[in-house]
Design a protein around this ligand. Structure first.
Ligand code: PMP
Length: 292
């Protein structure tokens, strides 16, 4: 399967995309990224992802290298090219902006570099509600990250190490615990349901503000399901009626086991089922609407 990528103004076969080893993204992990879902060839929640990209760039003292209209045009071309190429109606876009090439390694942030802009989109195989209802298992892991977790930086080593802990334990995701409080997954946010109320930790520097997370809170508001944004301890999480993890790639998954203990009798719960339907409906409606 060949895949088209975008690199600094050009659409090229992904195998031909190359950047210098002296790019600061390579040397310092000096860059940020986004992952954006595409459903029925429609880029979902693009404005929200671009706003978050902008926020991440500001966090590392960079500015958005393209206007929203330019991003929309280049990402739409990428999706269409790859649709022709591999026939993927559903895709996921990875886009990355790094600070660019710098000949002499220097810790100080220079202000005259040309950012490296890279994007690629892969076909996405949809999983059915029945498949997702099988749920996933998670463990708790100790937070080993820096303190600017609201920045979606490409420097993800702490996340990959914590995720590997989950894989080594034979489970699918790790929930990051900081001072006794659960913050997020290694590549997801989480929700808890207890006594009919949905809750998730409030936004702050120690978690990434997920686009899916925000969407779910908006859907809870719309459908009048009680919800709260509040700190959640690891101990409370063990008493949850339901736990879900959410991300642009995975959508909403029920957690059926936490630290080896069954959640919701080891089955997907009724709140998850309802929210899954609302989210699916939102995505379907968006993908059918004319403008993005
Ligand atoms: N937290 C972390 C650490 C993540 O990597 C992700 C995935 N990008 C999320 C949360 C979920 O964010 P989103 O819903 O925007 O995919």
């Amino acid at each position: 399967m060949s895949i088209i990528a975008y690199l600094n103004g050009k659409f090229i076969p992904a195998e031909e995309a190359s950047i210098s080893p002296l790019d600061r993204g390579m040397v310092f992990g000096d860059g940020v990224y986004e992952v954006i879902p595409v459903f029925n060839r429609k880029i979902l929640y693009l404005e929200e992802h671009l706003d978050r990209l902008n926020q991440s760039l500001q966090g590392i003292r960079m500015t958005l290298p393209h206007t929203h209209a330019e991003w929309k045009s280049l990402l739409t071309t990428l999706v269409e090219e790859n649709n022709l190429n591999h026939g993927g109606e559903h895709q996921w876009i990875y886009l990355q902006v790094t600070r660019g090439f710098q000949l002499v390694r220097d810790h100080q942030i220079p202000n005259n570099l040309t950012p490296t802009v890279f994007a690629i989109s892969y076909p996405k195989i949809l999983t059915s509600k029945e498949e997702q209802a099988q749920g996933i298992k998670v463990i708790a892991t100790t937070d080993i990250r820096w303190k600017y977790c609201y920045i979606k930086t490409t420097a993800r080593l702490a996340y990959t190490l914590m995720y590997q802990e989950a894989k080594d334990a034979g489970v699918d995701e790790a929930i990051i615990i900081n001072n006794g409080y659960a913050l997020e997954g290694t590549s997801s946010n989480f929700f808890m349901v207890r006594h009919g109320v949905i809750s998730t930790p409030p936004k702050g520097p120690l978690l990434l503000s997920g686009i899916t997370r925000d969407k779910i809170l908006a859907l809870a508001e719309k459908h009048k399901i009680p919800y709260r944004e509040n700190k959640i301890s690891e101990r409370e999480l063990l008493k949850a009626d339901e736990i879900w993890i959410t991300s642009s790639i995975r959508g909403i998954y029920p957690v059926v086991e936490f630290n080896g203990e069954p959640i919701s009798n080891g089955k997907a719960g009724p709140f998850w089922s309802k929210m899954w339907d609302y989210y699916a409906e939102d995505i379907t409606n968006l993908s059918l609407s004319v403008s993005n």
